[in-house]
Write a protein that binds this ligand. Sequence first.
Ligand SMILES: Nc1ncnc2c1ncn2[C@@H]1O[C@H](COP(=O)(O)OP(=O)(O)OP(=O)(O)O)[C@@H](O)[C@H]1O
Length: 295
Amino acid sequence: MQNIISVLNRYLSHINMPSVNIIDVIEILLISVFVYQFMVWIKYTRAYTLLKGLLIISAFLLVAYIFKMNTILWIVSKLSSVLIMAVIVIFQPELRKIVEQLGQKRIMSAIIPFDVGKEVKERFTDKTINELVKACFDMGEVKTGALIVIEQKNRLDEYIRTGINVDAVLSSQLLINIFEHNTPLHDGAVVMRGNRIVAATCYLPLSDNMELSKQLGTRHRAGVGISEVSDSVTIIVSEETGQISVAQEGKLERNVSSAKLREILEKAQNKTIVDNNKLRQLLKGRSKNEGKTDK
Ligand SMILES: Nc1ncnc2c1ncn2[C@@H]1O[C@H](COP(=O)(O)OP(=O)(O)OP(=O)(O)O)[C@@H](O)[C@H]1O
């Protein structure tokens, strides 16, 4: 033990610890934030592909340097300024955008975590609710059958896999189009995640609930079935009667009005307002965000 301490002392005495003051800490924080923002920017632009390309070229140059391939190194040194100009010209739109964003308030809130203000958190927007209600009642009017599963907390990937990938922003026109008779996507269920239609023609588990009315066929049984195995909300438009039903927690609510459907969807939307003023919360010694229903 004594030996270890003396060895450590000997080595640690050679290490010169620089004095760190508050400006150094701020500098480190600023650099970290800028590096992080730069990496995020790279990831979501074409620059990501460029970065991968540059890494491959750098690896190639390293090999050329290690094995002293002087001709290659000479060519690269002559071309380097041209390459930099080429990169600037190719990525001019992205560079221009980032400079423009610097002048906007949005980037400051991304850089400074102590953002002041409130943020609305919701599973889907009011617009999506409007589109859904409109589509369901429009389809009901002309007796077009539909089955729409709205994903909540439980992921529905295993049912999504049984269908055809759509991945499109939900609109009433798109829904009506999907469930149009004799079209390739009309059979089975549509699964929604957030504001998007993830997949169509999905196969859902059928409920074996004996209490369900004998008049109801497999579309309604499938709607109740998925609500028994997940926390999803499912809207069923009857092809026979044009009525709208909603399946939730293994129960079927039949013939709902548009106001009732809207109410159910607003509940599923789970809209909360999150107070983003973390600095104020920290100063108050509170760690949890305050959430309040917007109603
Ligand atoms: N397991 C399932 N998963 C998803 N969709 C299903 C499933 N079973 C049936 N369907 C859909 O339901 C349709 C058949 O509906 P059916 O007429 O049997 O139901 P229903 O409950 O009587 O409804 P409707 O009032 O619309 O006639 C199928 O064409 C298919 O689109």
